[in-house]
Design a protein around this ligand. Structure first.
Ligand code: GLC
Length: 606
């Protein structure tokens, strides 16, 4: 058994024994990690719902347009497909849709390699389709959030084509160019996030350019004021078109450390670029400038993808004087360390999830706000990621919905999460489209693992788990397209798990999600109340109390497949406590033990 650090935090003394629950990562060997960063579990916010801006009161739905809905019978989805499903999203309580990138792109990384920021990729439709989506969404009170990929562009972007053509052109300094090292090799030892050297040589310049991700994704040089000005122009173009918010991709990498020093080499002779460049000092100056030149003073929000920002740094990022309205802080998404290497992922315990979530809450308690999220287009499905192997996926999905929509923050729900989608497990690596799956597979083989072990990791962590086509109904291709095939295979389970079928079933994940969304949207305590974690030492249940002006709501979720007696939580509830929501539909008493994966929301008496 592993050991945890004893931590005293406001009002709680944590148990020193390891949790009884161990959730398993991919690796055979297990290395435990306890991530205790919160210095307080209680948040103090007391505000009224009226004081909250629109984006704090709504649910944001992330749509991956390539996999959401094809309006024209293609193998891939499109913008008009999103428009055709607006009523479905409205019924889910969604007030904003985050579209992953739909700009012109050669699709080396499914749109995260932008060749032209001012136009729509033909595979997704036209500018008219985008205008139509914004207009029809606005009719329903829904805003469109665009995904701005500005750490890098595509290598097919005209800016890069010009920049790479010579050392003397108007865009010569728009990217990060360096002379070769003395031996003619890469200028330093950084390894890109998708594997291999982070540098690629270009004959015409006799120089290397830097790419944090694929060679097809050259990094922009944010130290160049012209670049920053053009990035702001892109934001303003889309804001003037009616965008309600922006998600800023990979934003923690935009500033590189002076001198681009070598990192500590690992067994392949390379050092992770993330460790060298994430959240470099001075980054906030560039982002303040961007904010001031774009959304400042408007109700258009900015949410940053902030991998590498520690919860303790949140006040600088999202506090009153922060650069963003929200950031995705990832500590709870990497409890098993798979970010660094899928094959080396390790086991984790429920206490680590509690610590990570409470740290984010504590650091935004009085000043700041964060999204709540357990899935996105880069992550495996949450029913696999956060629950023991073999868990009932419907129950797990409902448990996660309860915990997520109960938390303080804006829920970001990823397509299919509301239907309880699970991972896929395709028979060979050739089925996978995601470049990082191929890199992780190769890297596992290079470390001496068998093909079977390498594939097992891809099954567990591939980003394609989240990218299979949406399942709309039980017809062929799940109603996603009338084309004979789809760009990624539809999940085998689609006849049982689809939006039309789940709408009809009273106890489906979808109907539970809708009810939980309704509860959140109509409950001031859940919208605006403070957060205090309770029963931190409970080995099976994650629980917290939300409070606003003396009114309290308790949310509890059993993350195990065994019955969980309430233990110290029993003192919070009595037979008279009102149960607002429960994932089992037999109306249990507030005081009853939580059954496997059961979650419950109770209104506590003042
Ligand atoms: C972000 C995106 C991911 C993409 C990467 C490079 O992490 O979420 O999908 O591959 O940036 O743009």
């Amino acid at each position: 058994m592993n050991e945890h650090t004893n931590v005293t935090r406001r009002g709680f003394l944590l148990a020193s024994a390891a949790s009884a629950l161990t959730l398993v990562g991919c690796a055979a060997g297990s290395k435990n990690q306890s991530s205790v960063t919160a210095d307080a579990t209680a948040t103090k916010t007391t505000t009224s719902v009226e004081d909250l801006p629109w984006w704090k009161k709504t649910i944001v739905y992330e749509a991956y347009p390539k996999s959401f809905m094809s309006s024209k019978g293609a193998e891939t989805g499109d913008i008009a497909g999103v428009t055709s499903r607006l009523d479905y999203l409205k019924e889910l309580g969604v007030g904003a849709i985050w579209l992953t990138p739909v700009f012109v792109s050669p699709m080396a990384d499914n749109g995260y390699d932008v060749a032209d920021y001012y136009n729509i990729d033909p595979s997704f439709g036209t500018m008219e389709d985008m205008d139509e989506l914004m207009a029809r969404a606005a009719d329903r009170g829904i805003k469109i959030v665009l995904d701005m990929v500005v750490n890098h562009t595509s290598n097919k972007n005209a800016w890069f084509v010009e920049s790479s053509s010579s050392k003397n052109n108007s865009k010569a300094d728009w990217y990060i160019w360096r002379d070769p090292a003395k031996d003619g090799g890469a200028p330093n030892n950084w390894r890109g996030i998708f594997g291999g050297s982070a540098w690629t040589y270009v004959e015409a310049r006799g120089q290397y350019y830097l790419h944090t991700f694929l060679p097809e994704q050259p990094d922009l040089n944010w130290d160049n004021p012209e670049v920053r000005k053009e990035v702001a122009n892109v934001f303003n173009f889309w804001r003037n078109k009616g965008a309600g918010g922006f998600r800023i991709d990979a934003v923690t990498y935009i500033k590189k450390p002076d001198g681009l020093p070598d990192g500590k080499a690992e067994s392949d002779g390379l050092a992770p670029i993330h460790d060298a460049t994430a959240n470099t000092k001075g980054i906030l100056d560039y982002l303040h400038e961007l904010r001031n030149n774009t959304v400042a003073g408007t109700d258009c929000f900015m949410v940053g993808e902030a991998n590498g920002v520690d919860a303790s740094e949140l006040p600088d990022w999202v506090g009153e004087n922060g650069v963003f309205d929200m950031v995705f802080e990832f500590s709870h998404m990497d409890l098993d360390g798979h970010d660094a290497s899928w094959i080396d992922a390790h086991d984790w315990e429920l206490v680590a999830l509690k610590d990570a979530l409470s740290a984010t809450q504590a650091n935004t308690a009085t000043d700041g706000w964060c999204p709540t999220f357990f899935e996105n287009h880069d992550q495996p499905r949450c029913v696999v990621n956060f629950f023991p192997e073999g868990s009932n996926t419907d129950l797990a999905a409902k448990c996660m919905a309860t915990v997520q929509l109960g938390l303080r923050g804006t829920p970001f729900v990823y397509e299919g999460q509301e239907l309880g989608f699970s991972n896929v497990a395709w028979p060979s690596i050739d089925y996978y489209n995601d470049p990082s799956s191929h890199n992780q597979y190769e890297s596992a083989l290079a470390k001496g693992h068998t093909q079977e072990e390498a594939l097992a990791c891809v099954h567990r962590y591939s980003r394609d788990n989240a990218r299979t086509p949406m399942q709309w109904d039980a017809s062929s291709n799940a109603g996603f397209t009338t084309a004979p095939k789809t760009w990624l295979p539809v999940h085998d389970d689609y006849r049982n798990q689809n939006a039309a079928g789940e709408s009809e079933q009273e106890n489906s994940v979808l109907n539970y999600f809708r009810a939980m969304a309704k509860l959140r949207g109509s409950n001031d305590v859940l919208l605006a109340g403070s957060y205090e974690e309770v029963a931190h030492g409970h080995k099976q249940i994650y629980a917290y109390v939300r409070e606003l002006n003396g009114k309290k709501v308790l949310v509890m979720g059993n993350f195990t497949n065994e019955e969980a007696p309430l233990g110290e939580l029993a003192s919070q509830v009595s037979d008279a406590t009102t149960v607002l929501m429960d994932t089992y539909d037999d109306k249990p008493a507030a005081t009853s033990a939580l059954r496997p994966l059961e979650a419950r929301v109770c209104e506590l008496r003042p």
